[in-house]
Design a protein around this ligand. Sequence first.
Ligand SMILES: [Zn+2]
Length: 410
Amino acid sequence: MKFYWPLLVAVLAVAAAAASAEDVVGRPIASWQPGMLDIHQISTGRGNAGLYILPDGTTLLVDAGELAGPSPQHTPARPDDTRSPSEWLVRYVRHALQHDPQPKLDYVLVTHFHQDHMGEVAAGMPVSPRGYILTGVTRVVEDLKVGKLLDRGWPDYNIAAQTESPFMKNYLAFLKWQVKENGLQVEQFLPGRNDQVVLCRGPRDYPQFDFRNLAANGQVWTGRGTDTEHRMPPPETIPRKNWPDENVLSIAFRLSYGKFKFFNGGDLPGIRQNSPAWYDMETPIAKVVGPVDAAILDHHGYLDAMNEPLVAALSARVWTISVWDAYHPTPSVWERLQSERLYPGARDIFATDVHREAQTAIRDIDRLASSHGHIVLRVSPGGDEYRVTIVDDTSESHNVTKVHGPYRSR
Ligand SMILES: [Zn+2]
């Protein structure tokens, strides 16, 4: 029998490449490769941070939370408290981008102005030579190369709910210096558009990618073109004492890659608690978002979020929860996520951690597919299928502890 050697070599090379993209329990997570879409929900125990590596290698960091700890109501710092959450975060990002000889975050997106998404200011935190405190986003931009920063307030921040708070003052001082002296680009995130986060390294190779801005500043996409609906009355007509909580103004987006779809709604609420009707931002989003394969829970699964219309509309196969508190998630949210009345079929829920009080409050919390670790959604080239890889967060081993899937995109 005669082999055609070049063909055999080619077949083996393809098999080896496929094998190297597989994640193996007990070994470090495989590197991102062109065509893959990775969504890392990074576990620091101190706030939100999501690293997105898009199919052409474009990079996006969604939030960089940093809470000063520890507190009995909070989960432990990960890997530990020998470094600040944002220092751990920067190190995680550098590792995840090691395929890139010149690692850069093309976009940093701040969903809203709360400390667990942008960085708290507290006594004893390090100060940059430029005069502002290094925490959360300010640390990320100090330590990593960043292309563009997107938030909901640029340029005047006149609908920021807490402009006088120390963390907001610090953020504004940081922006002033970075824009003037370091050329940082900053842009306001505008609902309805799909041209603010784009593939910027090789867009022609991946025409099936789309990033749609769904909501910000009380305004929601209508599903038609770039049209939006203003849910919130004009800010100047609202007495200052009735101003909405910052969460109502949060950014939301939907990302699509081929058949795969993912939703992130920041800390948007959907359940009114003695508040005006327009505080419910989830119901209008539910009308336009459509089903997704995976989503992160709004407001960490807190009791004012993930209302019935949104859970039913998203009908996700995979839910992820960014946890740092005893109320992430609350039992009522947990019930809705499990409900086959809201949508039929299987679903897996992954949490970055579970506080011991949530373990007591939620009887069947052991139904979580994973209850600690970094959560990496890894979508295969083209978007037809994806896996969920859990990575150890108690050290910097980057070792895989679990792999779920493959799941078929719908
Ligand atoms: Zn939050």
